[in-house]
Write a new protein. Structure first.
Ligand SMILES: Nc1ncnc2c1ncn2[C@@H]1O[C@H](COP(=O)(O)OP(=O)(O)OP(=O)(O)O)[C@@H](O)[C@H]1O
Ligand SMILES: [Mg+2]
Length: 256
């Protein structure tokens, strides 16, 4: 579903973001990417939908190179990829429903979406998506009136309304308290299992990575230093990824 072929990225200032990355993510996997700050997790995730351009190699999505795609091809590939950010990326003054509907813009002309003219089918999809993350009753509330966890669920609903086949989440729970963190991670897992949406999440809590992932990819200085099932992601493996022993504040449990 997502194939990295000899992918490297050097930023214009010479910083190496990714170094010769090779792996294949299969449909329906729940991948967690771990690594120290600066290891390249965000760079890797953002290169998948070309928020960042890679400088070498190729990324293939469902048999099509997104690296080589332009115009309509690129737009269609991006439509299949939902993105979730630490800071939710919602339009704060708009309603929850309108935010979720923005997941549909890739399917319509710019004019139509500028005017906010979404067909009934889209509104139905958006409400259904809100239902799935248990905040249907918030549809007509302004986004900034929701709690952090609820706002993150709106952004998950937006990806669902988009009918994304892949969800990329960059530190989706970093701004949330431990309880809300679990609720949002549970939502992501439920969606992954019920809808088979391939999910790639950057996380910096090791225990959460072990709890939710089906497979863990460890990055260190832009390189893959671990790639395996949770059962192999032992404390020793994590020390290897981090280049040192695990600290207490790298465990969510250590914060409760
Ligand atoms: N726009 C940029 N220009 C130059 N260097 C960058 C840029 N963005 C990131 N980097 C560098 O690329 C490397 C990887 O950064 P990246 O943001 O991918 O790390 P990360 O693993 O997501 O870290 P964190 O856990 O802090 O979010 C780091 O050395 C970083 O300083
Ligand atoms: Mg990051």
């Amino acid at each position: 579903m997502i194939e990295f072929q000899n992918v490297s990225k050097v930023y214009p200032n010479g910083t190496v973001g990714l170094k010769n990355i090779n792996f294949t993510i299969n449909k329906g996997e729940f991948i967690v990417i771990v690594g120290l700050s600066g290891a390249g997790k965000s760079t890797l995730l953002r290169s998948i939908n070309r928020l960042h351009e890679i400088t070498e190699g190729q990324i293939v999505i469902n048999g099509r190179s997104i690296t080589a795609a332009t115009g309509v091809q690129l737009r269609n590939l991006r439509r299949d990829i939902g993105m979730i950010f630490q800071n939710f990326n919602l339009v704060k003054r708009s309603s929850v429903l309108r935010n979720v509907l923005s997941g549909r813009v890739g399917y319509h002309s710019t004019l139509r979406t500028l005017l906010g003219l979404f067909p009934k089918h889209d509104i139905h999809l958006a409400l259904q998506a809100l239902e799935r993350v248990n905040i249907r009753e918030k549809a007509y509330v302004r986004a900034d009136q929701l709690s952090g966890g609820q706002q993150q669920r709106v952004s998950i609903a937006r990806a669902l309304a988009q009918e994304a086949k892949i969800i990329l989440a960059d530190e989706p729970v970093a701004s949330l308290d431990p309880l809300t963190t679990r609720q949002v991670m549970d939502d992501l897992r439920r969606i992954n299992q019920e809808l088979g949406i391939t999910t790639v999440v950057n996380l910096h809590f090791i225990d959460l990575a072990r709890e939710y992932a089906t497979r863990i990819i460890g990055l260190r200085a832009g390189q893959v230093v671990f790639d395996g099932p949770v059962s192999e992601a032992t404390d020793e493996a994590f020390s290897e990824i981090y280049g040192r022993a695990i600290k207490r504040d790298e465990l969510l449990g250590g914060q409760e």
